[in-house]
Design a protein around this ligand. Structure first.
Ligand code: AMP
Length: 114
């Protein structure tokens, strides 16, 4: 049994605004959006972050990017552009210890990030 809030969302114990679901991952709207479109793509498998992924997880992480591409297109972001972010560790701002890809779009995004 997973211990993070994302595991509870995967198990449908708490609600989320789902935009995609398949056998390997789900995608849902971030509860505290940092852009007009802010969606999280997360694996069903409990992986704390990129640093703790196993080599065998590489196809799964590739799948997350493929889903991010398709969700971005569905959300109308493909032409204007969007940003994918994976925070790894506390210093990078990771607060939920279940690997997730942030999909951000719908406004101009500055660089470098904070
Ligand atoms: P990070 O800081 O990279 O770990 O990102 C965690 C993200 O999860 C933050 O953007 C939060 O707003 C988001 N978040 C936390 N709880 C929920 C929830 N119950 N539903 C949707 N998004 C959430």
């Amino acid at each position: 049994m997973g211990s993070t809030i994302f595991s509870k969302i995967i198990r449908k114990e708490i609600p989320a605004d789902l935009v995609h679901e398949d056998d390997q991952c789900i995608a849902f709207r971030d509860i505290n959006p940092q852009a007009p479109t802010h969606i999280l793509i997360i694996p069903r498998k409990e992986i704390r972050n990129v640093a703790e992924m196993e080599d065998e997880d590489a196809p799964l992480l590739g799948h997350l990017l493929r889903v991010a591409r398709d969700v971005a297109k569905d959300q109308g972001l493909a032409d204007g552009g969007y940003r994918l972010v994976v925070n790894n560790g506390a210093a990078a701002g990771q607060t939920v210890w279940h690997l997730h890809v942030h999909l951000l779009g719908g406004r101009a995004l500055s660089w470098p990030p904070g």
